[in-house]
Design a protein around this ligand. Structure first.
Ligand code: CMX
Ligand code: CO
Length: 144
């Protein structure tokens, strides 16, 4: 069951500059940052709020680390902006299977590694009304 907005993914050319915009404009601080080589991104997670199911909601600021990454390709075509939304669930495997059975393309056979040791998969934007949609199961506290 999808129980929250886990994050909104925002693509940018310059992560440090974008982090500074969110800090100085809204007061949001970086909760966590990492490089995910598989996804080809350097990212900062800004925690917006905790949620009633023990999770949280974040902004995920994304800067590409290589020209052939999905985010680099998207930025070249669209410029900076909202790249994807992510729903949180305790069971990404089960929810992805249920959604695949409804005829929506799930991009990965098995969930892959996301921010902070989470497990993630994506739904094809062409099957979701033009919205690239991610499903996330957070790591248990202490797992990452
Ligand atoms: N939102 C909405 N539509 C998108 C999109 C996005 N983020 N990215 C691509 N599309 C659309 C394109 O506009 C294009 O539409 P048209 O054919 O009408 O022009 C179509 O999808 C195909 O796009 P493409 O540029 O040819 O790109 P690809 O098919 O090579 O890749 C996708 C698209 C979704 C398969 C790829 O972006 C992907 O695998 N995404 C999942 C991984 C990812 O995004 N990782 C970065 C974030 C990591 C994280 O969140 O942790
Ligand atoms: Co994401």
């Amino acid at each position: 069951m999808l129980t929250r907005i886990d994050h909104i993914g925002i693509a940018c050319f310059d992560l440090d500059r974008t982090v500074e915009f969110y800090r100085s404009t809204y007061g949001f601080e970086v909760f966590h940052s990492e490089v995910n080589e598989e996804q080809g991104v350097r990212e900062a997670m800004l925690k917006i709020n905790d949620t009633g199911d023990g999770g949280a909601s974040y902004l995920q600021l994304l800067e590409p680390t290589r020209d052939d990454s999905t985010v680099a390709k998207w930025l070249a075509k669209n410029g900076e902006g909202v790249h994807h939304i992510a729903f949180g669930t305790a069971d990404v495997d089960g929810d992805a299977a249920d959604i695949r059975a409804k005829g929506v393309r799930v991009l990965y056979e098995e969930p892959r590694r996301g921010s902070m040791g989470s497990r993630i998969t994506f739904l094809h934007p062409k099957d979701c009304g033009g919205v690239l949609t991610e499903l996330v199961t957070s790591a248990e506290p202490g797992e990452h």
